[in-house]
Design a protein around this ligand. Structure first.
Ligand SMILES: CC(C)(COP(=O)(O)OP(=O)(O)OC[C@H]1O[C@@H](n2cnc3c(N)ncnc32)[C@H](O)[C@@H]1OP(=O)(O)O)[C@@H](O)C(=O)NCCC(=O)NCCS
Length: 206
């Protein structure tokens, strides 16, 4: 059943440490700085990172689309203590499926923040958007991203051969998914901020 009967706007998702919120043109500089880091760039964009001015123009244009009743992209900013430390979101693939994505500033890696951020998005996809299935794709060699998906309860479904064109080269992707009745390996729901009821259990699956 399709339950997404109204537009979700503005989206704010609050976890114990990180928050997702709508992006604004004022985020352009922070976004540029995090995307341009070689370790991040290597794993994400297919082209050069646009200058901050171009990103600002793009974000300004996007503002006009956020309240579209057919909104299919929930591309959000991730913040920690009010500072933008990442970007990502849920992109609808048809009516019942959403694809989760996330990018974190390099100086924030290794603290469990991406897992917390992705778990918030997955709750949002099921509990607010009413989706049936959430998928995640990543370079099979991107162990950090694979671990994030696994810790959020997504199961590995196989490798899609040669399905992503990155800088002129066709690459495989590892496909993961979770469906609405699958157990989510975190307890509670979203909190009201630091100290909220939201908690993660991060059992290793391999
Ligand atoms: C992938 C990314 C989001 C992970 O962010 P993070 O905040 O460091 O992730 P977390 O701390 O929540 O969890 C990372 C997990 O991967 C593990 N990990 C990371 N790199 C690893 C490596 N090279 N080998 C083995 N394990 C690794 C960590 O140990 C951790 O698992 P654990 O909790 O079981 O120890 C971040 O590295 C990033 O933004 N990368 C660039 C963009 C990107 O790849 N996005 C995903 C595109 S699909």
């Amino acid at each position: 059943m399709w339950r997404h009967t109204y537009v979700m706007f503005p989206v704010t998702l609050v976890g114990p440490r990180v928050c997702w919120r709508e992006m604004s043109p004022a985020d352009a500089e922070a976004l540029h700085d995090l995307l341009v880091h070689p370790a991040v760039f290597d794993k994400t964009l297919d082209e050069d990172v646009p200058p901050a001015d171009a990103l600002r123009d793009y974000l300004r244009e996007q503002l006009g689309t956020l309240e579209d009743p057919e909104r299919a992209r929930y591309k959000l900013a991730l913040t920690l203590d009010g500072r933008v430390i990442g970007t990502g979101g849920i992109e609808l693939r048809g009516r019942h499926t959403g694809e989760v994505g996330y990018v974190l500033a390099h100086d924030q890696w290794g603290k469990g923040l991406a897992t917390e951020a992705a778990a918030l998005l997955i709750d949002f996809a099921f509990d607010d958007l009413g989706l049936h299935r959430v998928i995640g794709h990543t370079d099979p060699a991107n162990i950090g991203s694979r671990r994030v998906l696994e810790k959020c309860g997504l199961s590995f479904e196989g490798v899609h051969r040669s399905d992503t064109l990155q800088r002129g080269e066709w690459r495989d992707s590892a496909a993961y998914a979770i469906v609405e009745d699958d157990p989510r390996p975190w307890t509670g729901q979203r909190g009201d901020g630091p100290g909220g009821s939201y908690a993660l259990r991060t059992a290793k699956t391999r």
